[in-house]
Design a protein around this ligand. Structure first.
Ligand SMILES: Cc1cc2nc3c(=O)[nH]c(=O)nc-3n(C[C@H](O)[C@H](O)[C@H](O)COP(=O)(O)OP(=O)(O)OC[C@H]3O[C@@H](n4cnc5c(N)ncnc54)[C@H](O)[C@@H]3O)c2cc1C
Length: 415
């Protein structure tokens, strides 16, 4: 059957833009439907070096480079005055040694504009509200701002709707996350006393004495993103309105407190509750879920955008083969590969919250070679099968923690 487009993409976030670009470059007719008007605020501001590979592959790296975002050379973890300083120049996997900290309003707009400039149809302020999948094609109902709606037919639908989770909701694919409910409270601030030189753009993750942790993400526009992640029970220990809570947690952190002593909020703090979510399956006849529409783990290792770009790239390549008439095994070629990366990060997120990773990070006995392998995971290279800290983290991390603890005391300075 003749359809309006080959591929309908729901959402013009990072996942949608990378998928759109790759499919357009293969000669397919692509339409992107985006609910909001860009630029718009969204959280998820710290990229990982592996993102650069996917931006480059999709022909989008140059558009992002023009935004002059601050260079991110690594990640520094803090606890009780001790630090563990990862520099992406010292990693195991051959790959990018830096990336950027991005204000998402500008990052996402740059991507969407670049995709439009390639000739892809990107329609803003339109929302996909229902879908129907038939043997011959798929139909999506698209609502317009004036209240009218239109049906669009496609050979395939990629759901890149992120937190909108369009197909998980419409097709009853939602599955609760294995992680407990956590909340994030965050704002952009001024008055950040940043470290200098190579250290300026690194993300800080500070483990607060209460069990909460904070992120500090500096931008090139002079502002800094500051956020706290904790369970509702931990947040309840801090009284007051959201700004008072944020200030109380920041000011009592031994590392974040001094750095942010002159912090002024650029907007009232925002809160997201219960961000972790899962799905029963990430593909089906004539559709695939991509990026945050699949599963979202946790912000601790800034993995969200990297997983969004990686899954978009993989989905676009798998779909290209299918649309060319090849027989494709979506489970093996797409789902298993994507879940491999998600599961590697899942093991690290679990090890962060159960104390295994902090035990490793803040111990003087940590081994430089092993830290290089862990650094590659933190750089997003979670599909590098030659890295034992990618392939067997559930076994390797607890073992490493036991060995390290049996050797030396706590570190008090960074390396
Ligand atoms: C507290 C917190 C902190 C985070 N920090 C980081 C970080 O530092 N680094 C990182 O990499 N990730 C981070 N993330 C994750 C990151 O935000 C996401 O992983 C990332 O935005 C996913 O990109 P995406 O393209 O899949 O979805 P999105 O960026 O959410 O884009 C989806 C788009 O789809 C559109 N849409 C939704 N519904 C519809 C509809 N019905 N019709 C049409 N369009 C629709 C939306 O308007 C949106 O523009 C964080 C997440 C949280 C909760």
């Amino acid at each position: 059957m003749n359809t309006d487009v080959d591929v309908l993409i729901i959402g013009a976030g990072p996942a949608g833009c990378v998928a759109a670009s790759l499919l357009h470059r293969e000669g397919f007719k692509v339409r992107v439907i985006e609910k909001q008007r860009f630029p718009r605020f969204v959280i998820g501001e710290s990229l990982l070096p592996h993102c650069m590979d996917y931006l480059q592959e999709a022909g989008l790296l140059e558009a992002v480079a023009k935004e002059n975002f601050i260079q991110k050379n690594g990640a520094v973890f803090h606890r009780d005055g001790g630090t563990c300083n990862f520099d992406f120049s010292a990693q195991f996997t051959e790959g990018w040694k830096y990336t950027w900290q991005v204000t998402r309003a500008e990052f996402d707009l740059a991507l969407a504009n670049a995709v439009k400039d390639m000739g892809v149809e990107v329609l803003f302020e339109r929302s996909v509200t229902s879908v129907e999948f038939l043997d011959s094609h798929a139909t999506a109902t698209v609502s317009h701002p004036d209240g009218s709606s239109q049906n669009v037919t496609a050979k395939f639908i990629l759901d890149c709707s992120g937190y909108g989770r369009v197909l998980p909701r419409l097709l009853d694919l939602e599955r609760p996350s294995n992680f407990p409910v956590r909340e994030a409270l965050f704002a952009h601030v001024t008055g950040d006393h940043r470290p200098e030189g190579r250290e300026e753009g690194k993300i800080w993750a500070c483990l607060h004495p209460s069990g909460a942790w904070l992120w500090i993400i500096p931008f090139s526009n002079g502002r800094t993103s500051v956020g706290v992640v904790a369970t509702p029970e931990i947040f309840a220990q801090f009284l007051g309105n959201p700004e008072e809570q944020l200030r109380a947690i920041v000011s009592t952190d031994p590392s974040a407190g001094p750095r942010l002593r002159d912090m002024q909020l650029a907007f009232a703090p925002q809160r997201i509750v219960g961000f972790s979510c899962g799905v029963k399956q990430i593909h089906g006849p004539r559709y695939a879920l991509v990026g945050n529409a699949t599963e979202f783990l946790d912000p601790i290792f800034s993995s969200g955008v990297t997983l969004a770009l990686a899954s978009a790239s993989r989905a676009a390549k798998t779909l290209t083969r299918e649309l060319r008439g090849e027989t494709v095994n979506w489970q093996a070629d797409y789902a298993d590969w994507v879940m491999g990366g998600i599961n590697a990060f899942r093991a690290y997120v679990a090890a962060w919250y159960d104390g295994t990773l902090p035990d490793i990070f803040f111990n003087a006995g940590r081994n430089r070679d092993i830290m290089r392998q862990v650094c590659s995971v933190l750089a997003g290279y979670v599909w590098d099968k030659s890295n034992p800290y990618v392939t067997q983290p559930e076994r390797a991390l607890p073992l490493l923690s036991r060995i390290i603890k049996s050797q030396a005391g706590l570190v008090t300075t960074g390396t």
